[in-house]
Design a protein around this ligand. Structure first.
Ligand code: 5RP
Length: 226
């Protein structure tokens, strides 16, 4: 089974947690995109749901597929949020933000009664940290934040756009610093240290947020909970 096939399997399993009338959070990334397509098919077949997306990209795709989008003004509580992850550690501690949508992803996750992670089994790790930890920062503060993150030995690198010339920008117009910190022994402590730096908007550690992970691999889909 390829990684893409596993992602599709997880996305399809997530559809079992969706029912008529639900308000749904839509993640960002390749696995979430597969889920949005599955949801779009179900909507075409008559499913009635409303959604809030975690990025402009996912919102655009959802609209194109006929999924009705709502807002936090009208829908402050979501029944379920379905999103991918870059790493899934013990207790469903996650690293997210590989596609740079961590801020909106965390906001949407915080509004959901259930947060279901969809992923292939390469994402499951004994300790977080191999995947660089993304930190979203205000542009003006980025040199200061970089200094502080270096002091914490988190090895930040400014994320650049694909053509290399300019820093990559989030949907909010902020920069992303990818921290090549290596194994994170105490995610809560690391999260608190990063959070305390003025100019940091959000970081990609999602702790105590996910309620279930659907992990797909050769043996099918495994359900992990906290
Ligand atoms: C986006 C994310 C994604 O969920 C994460 O990067 C996983 O992506 P993919 O499903 O493409 O492997 O956090 O900011």
């Amino acid at each position: 089974m390829t990684q893409d096939q596993a992602k599709l399997l997880a996305a399809r399993r997530a559809m079992e947690f969706v029912s008529d009338g639900m308000k749904i959070g839509l993640g960002t990334g390749t696995t979430s995109t597969l889920f949005i397509h599955e949801l779009g098919k179900a909507v075409r077949d008559g499913l009635s749901i409303e959604a809030i997306a975690t990025s402009d990209e996912s919102a655009k795709l959802a609209s194109e597929l006929g999924i009705k989008l709502t807002s936090f003004q009208d829908t402050p509580v979501l029944d379920v949020n379905v999103d991918g992850a870059d790493e899934i550690g013990p207790g469903l501690a996650l690293t997210k933000g590989g596609h740079g949508a961590l801020l909106h992803e965390k906001i949407v996750a915080s509004a959901a009664k259930k947060f279901i992670v969809v992923a292939d089994d390469t994402k499951v790790v004994a300790k977080l940290g191999k995947f660089p930890l993304p930190v979203e920062v205000i542009q003006l503060a980025s040199p200061l934040v970089i200094r502080r993150l270096k002091d914490l030995r988190l090895n930040p690198l400014l994320r650049m756009s694909a053509n290399g010339g300019k820093p990559w920008l989030t949907d909010e117009g902020n920069f992303i610093l990818d921290c090549h910190c290596g194994q994170i022994d105490n995610p809560e402590e690391t999260a608190a240290e990063i959070r305390s730096i003025v100019g940091v908007v959000e970081h990609g550690l999602f702790l105590g947020m996910a309620t279930l992970a659907l992990i797909a691999g050769e043996k099918g889909v495994q359900e992990l909970d906290r």
